[in-house]
Design a protein around this ligand. Structure first.
Ligand SMILES: Cc1ncc(COP(=O)(O)O)c(C=O)c1O
Length: 370
């Protein structure tokens, strides 16, 4: 009898049509770049010197993360380090959910939620983000989705790929729902350092909202453009934050996953990360300017590394992505990768090197108007 592997892994192993097309055609202009370390940015070698620290020869782990590493983050007493934001999500789902419980996640948003939740035996339900001259949270879409099994509401602030923030008034309403229903609020703020426009109405952070237990996530992968260093953090605030942090400490103690050298190097990574961040900010702004000057009609982007364009109705978004790859060697992501509720969107990465981005945008313009 063959082994029956866990149902947590029963997602489809078949490749999508775009991945199949990629096997035959390599892109010249890759407008899907999300890895800053292969985006042609300059990484100062001094970064690595911080790993050469004799204190790292000793192993004296602290389950919450070494105090000096947490101190440099300066995020408050209920901060815990993890190896990645993905790991922090897994810990939070273990903390607030029993197997079979559910979480509410925005749509469109970060595609990994389905996988992260399923690995913790947690069900994902969705609420909508709607667009009309900017993105807004559709509170009506909560009503059918909230039930006794809902244990957490997630928001990505600013969101990926919509680049939108929660507004102050929306936060008040969202935090009230969470407080009223005893649901935790989880806010992924990994892109918080990448605003592209100012807006007084946006919430600065979802943490410390004064109403509900809230966890804010951040990490080196976006803040410093250093995903390979594997360090992230979560901070609890609000009612029961102290108890939550104590319970999270138990989970973290079971794994002790953040390496000692990386924790000692965290102050230097954050310091040198500023220069990497500035390069990314410069690039995303320049690429957005190029896109806004094109005739591709991008949706408004407030922040982050991505932009969204509508596709002509003559083909599906997936057919457009394949068409652009085959006719222009230009790689884009169809909106369904991010669970858009409607069809007809392509997602472009603003992290793409500027010359490639410009050529890619021109190629898309050519095909959309052909
Ligand atoms: C919204 C969001 N959160 C988290 C991550 C991943 O962060 P980490 O590398 O810390 O797991 C990503 C990566 O693209 C992301 O888009």
């Amino acid at each position: 009898m063959p082994i029956n592997f866990s149902r947590r892994l029963d997602w489809s192993l078949t490749t999508n049509r775009l991945a199949q097309a990629l096997e035959n055609k390599k892109p010249k202009y890759d407008l899907t770049a999300s890895n800053p370390t292969s985006a042609g940015l300059h990484y100062p070698v001094e970064l690595l010197e911080a790993l050469n620290n004799t204190e790292s020869l000793q192993y004296n782990p602290d389950p919450r993360g070494l105090p000096q590493a947490r101190a440099v983050l300066n995020l408050g007493p209920h901060t815990i380090l993890a190896a990645s934001t993905s790991e922090a999500y897994a810990w939070l789902f273990k903390l607030v959910c029993n197997p079979g419980d559910s979480i509410l996640v925005p749509r469109p948003s970060y595609p990994l939620f389905e996988f992260l939740a399923k690995l913790e035996s947690v069900t994902v339900n969705h609420y909508s983000l709607q667009y009309s001259e900017g993105w807004w949270l559709d509170f009506d879409s909560f009503q059918n989705q909230l039930d006794a099994n809902t244990k957490a509401i997630l928001f990505v602030h600013p969101n990926n790929p919509t680049g939108s923030y929660l507004k102050k008034s929306e936060l008040t309403q969202l935090a009230q729902i969470c407080a009223h229903k005893n649901i935790a609020l989880i806010s992924d703020e990994v892109f918080a350092d990448y605003p592209l426009i100012n807006d007084e109405t946006r919430a600065a952070t979802l943490g410390n909202n004064g109403q509900c237990l809230t966890f804010v996530l951040g990490g080196l992968s976006k803040t410093a453009g250093l995903p390979q260093m594997k360090a992230a953090w979560l901070t609890a605030s609000g009612p029961q934050a102290d108890e939550a942090a104590t319970r999270l400490e138990l989970i973290a103690d079971t794994y002790l996953s953040v390496s000692t050298p990386v924790q000692h190097a965290l102050p230097a990574f954050l310091k040198h990360g500023q220069a990497i961040r500035q390069q990314i900010q410069h690039r995303t702004k320049a690429n957005l300017k190029k896109l806004n000057a094109s005739n591709l009609r991008p949706l408004q982007v407030e922040a982050g590394w991505y932009a969204i364009i509508p596709t002509p109705r003559t083909k599906s978004e997936e057919e457009w992505a394949i068409h652009l790859l085959e006719h222009e060697q230009t790689l884009t992501q169809p909106g369904y990768f991010y669970d858009f509720e409607s069809e007809g969107w392509l997602v472009l990465s603003l992290l793409t090197p500027e010359a490639d981005f410009a050529s890619g945008v021109e190629a898309i313009e050519r095909q959309f108007t052909a």
